[in-house]
Design a protein around this ligand. Structure first.
Ligand code: SAM
Length: 191
């Protein structure tokens, strides 16, 4: 079982793709996903591959989806760098449409859903097996409130956690705490 989280600085980044989910946030997402090595994970909005690499270290296999071809390229680069490419199938597609191509997933992470959040959540939740887990990260408040509404409509009992992380910057006169963007994490277990 892996306990390490890959440091942010180890990821290859590109200007055209948002950077990896920060390592402290990734640590909590991994815990909320309740992953085992039997799980089949879908990562919608894989971006730089920050979460995909964490899932690949721990799960049986991973399907990573992004609408942006540069994100798929960047995620591939990061998987290869860490020797994890064999665990992951990359799909360049809109998240909702990609779900049609993926069978028997047991965990789903939604980290990007522009314009299609409701459809992705509904399709994902309905297809998860009982005990399966859905996790959504949001920087925009509306994504969080829409996710909660949608999950409640589907009969789930969502949990909501807001994470405000500050990191120390070493100055000559001391340590200055610098705040990162607050992230809301919504989690639900399929009932
Ligand atoms: C904040 S980034 C995710 C970062 C990623 N979790 C990581 O750790 O590297 C969001 C990503 O979602 C993708 N995205 C947004 N809407 C999407 C959709 N409807 N379908 C698929 N991907 C989408 C964007 O292209 C972007 O790469």
């Amino acid at each position: 079982m892996y306990f390490d989280i890959t440091p942010d600085a180890e990821f290859t980044k590109t200007e055209k793709v948002p950077g990896p989910t920060k390592e402290e946030i990734r640590a909590l997402v991994i815990s909320k996903m309740r992953l085992s090595d039997k799980d089949i994970v879908v990562d919608i909005g894989c971006g730089t591959g920050g979460l995909t690499v964490e899932f690949a270290k721990r799960a049986k296999n991973v399907f990573s989806v992004d609408i942006n071809p540069d994100a798929i390229k960047t995620t591939r680069t990061n998987l290869e760098k860490l020797g994890l490419e064999n665990k992951v199938e990359l799909i360049q597609e809109e998240g909702f449409q990609a779900l049609d191509q993926i069978d028997d997933f047991t965990r789903i992470m939604i980290g990007g859903s522009n314009g299609n959040l409701d459809n992705i959540i509904e399709e994902a939740y309905i297809r998860l097996p009982v005990g399966g887990q859905i996790v959504i990260t949001s920087i925009v408040l509306e994504t969080a409130t829409d996710s909660v509404r949608m999950l409640k409509d589907l009969g789930a009992e969502p949990e909501v956690v807001n994470l405000c992380v500050s990191k120390g910057v070493m100055l000559e006169r001391g340590v200055m705490m610098k705040a990162l963007n607050p992230i809301t994490i919504i989690t639900a277990r399929k009932q």
